[in-house]
Design a binder for this molecule. Structure first.
Ligand code: FAD
Length: 412
């Protein structure tokens, strides 16, 4: 029998990914009643496995660091880039901005469950297997209808945070989506039992390989602590059409074209079916309304190349929890200045790096033989996720600085 139940809380959050659970925990710590509506049951697979040092700052702020460390995930100290015979190594400890110099490589199923369990331990109520229906944002208090445990529930809240990731619930329901400035790209990925030859690979670093002849194709190799790795490739939409077979054949074929990666992967075995995501970049017309804000991917997504997704998601959770906490305590707040502007700053920094990667400027900087140490440290800072440090000229003026540096690197 369907029973309609009415539940009221201070903050409703859609989605129990990193943005949702961390925002929930930060609000619960301020004494607010938080309910998270999650479509799936956990643990569940998610892509987005390489964290940046900046994300550790927010995990620490949310009191989740001990629980994450107990998860025994792979330490990440930096990034290695390969293009043909050339290599470039970035060690996050050698960076311009202060703060964490290491991060983690995480299987998202256990990682997201740890964050969710921590949020629940800190007082957040999480409704798993919750099927969201009609939403009404025209009233003072948003109203979200959902089906869970076989019955209908209507949840009302003072404010709603949408942290539904690629689900982009409110962007769709409130018509906030707009086309991305980036061309559509697609990615094929899986996990492998890695069996890498000794000495060929530093497990403490993510490996990014550029395709030998098509700079628009690149690969990630993210090692985990249990002897498995995440491998994936990104290409312009439809570029995989020239490879025969199913996604596993295509991934194998693309890897075979990059000699050094192919050598590493010679004895690797695919551990799970390959998955493909197409056209993941997205933007919205606004990140906030009178009684809602969009966090993480729900507010848009750039590109996977610099592993910025979880970092941006966590930063948005931290900023929103701070502004919303003050608002709910009755203080005047300015969402544009205190949430939207800082989010746009980080997205602009990462966005400039993404554009420079695909148009070749950043690849020429990264693989330049003439390493200008102070400049490398500033680039390294952004690669470590410190995209909000206005003392770094590559954050203050990323576009202009990257163009100028690429010209110097090309001349040298
Ligand atoms: C190919 C690829 C590779 C990537 N690699 C990286 C990487 O290495 N590092 C990195 O930092 N980022 C990476 N990302 C990005 C990363 O996946 C996301 O940015 C990150 O997961 C966003 O976190 P989130 O909390 O906003 O959303 P998510 O982690 O997606 O969580 C959203 C949650 O909302 C739930 N949900 C969705 N719809 C509904 C609904 N209707 N009702 C209730 N719940 C709902 C989902 O089940 C999910 O649990 C990658 C992305 C792609 C496409």
């Amino acid at each position: 029998m369907t029973v309609e139940q009415a539940v009221s809380c201070d903050v409703a959050i859609i989605g129990a990914g990193p943005a949702g659970t961390v925002a929930g925990a930060l609000l619960a710590a301020q004494g607010f009643d938080v309910v998270v509506l999650e479509r799936s049951t956990f643990p569940r697979f998610s892509i987005g496995e390489s964290l940046l040092p900046q994300s550790m700052v927010v995990l620490e702020e949310a009191g989740m660091l001990d629980a994450v460390e107990a998860g025994r995930f792979q330490l990440k100290t930096g990034a290695v880039f390969h293009r043909g015979p050339r290599s470039a190594v970035f060690d996050f400890s050698d960076k311009f901005s202060p703060g964490w110099g290491t991060a983690l490589e995480v299987q998202r199923a256990p990682f997201d469950k740890i964050l969710a369990d921590e949020a629940a331990r800190q007082g957040v109520e999480i409704w798993y297997g919750c099927d969201l229906g009609e939403v009404d944002f025209d009233r003072d208090r948003p109203r979200l209808a959902c089906t869970r445990e076989g019955g209908e529930t209507v949840l009302t809240a003072s404010f709603c945070l949408d942290a539904s990731g690629f689900g982009q619930v409110l962007a769709k329901k409130l018509n906030l989506a707009r086309p991305s400035r980036y061309p559509a790209r697609e990615s094929i990925f899986t996990h492998v039992g890695d069996a890498f030859p000794q000495g060929l690979f530093d497990r403490d670093k993510i490996l990014i390989t550029v395709h030998p002849t098509d700079p628009g194709i690149w690969y990630w190799l993210i090692p985990f602590s249990n002897g498995t790795s995440s491998i994936g490739t990104v290409a312009a939409k439809d570029a995989y059409r020239r490879y025969p077979g199913d996604d596993a054949d295509i991934l194998t074929g693309v890897i075979a074209e990059a000699d050094r990666l192919a050598e590493l992967m010679a004895h690797a075995t695919f551990d799970r079916p390959c998955q493909r995501i197409v056209g993941y970049s997205s933007e919205v017309t606004t990140l906030t309304g009178a009684n809602f804000a969009l966090l993480g991917n729900a507010g848009g997504f750039l590109d996977p190349v610099f592993s910025s997704g979880v970092t941006i998601a966590l930063k948005s959770a931290s900023l929103a929890a701070s502004v919303l906490g003050r608002q709910l305590r009755g203080h005047a707040v300015d969402w544009e200045q205190q949430f939207v502007a800082p989010m746009q700053l980080g997205v602009r920094t990462f966005g400039a790096f993404v554009s420079a990667w695909y148009d070749g400027r950043l690849q020429d900087i990264i693989f330049a033989e003439d390493k200008r140490i102070p400049i490398q440290q500033m680039i390294c800072s952004v690669l470590a996720g410190y995209a909000w440090d206005m003392n770094n000229p590559y954050v203050a003026q990323p576009e202009r600085r990257l163009t100028a540096l690429a010209e110097i690197c090309r001349r040298s």
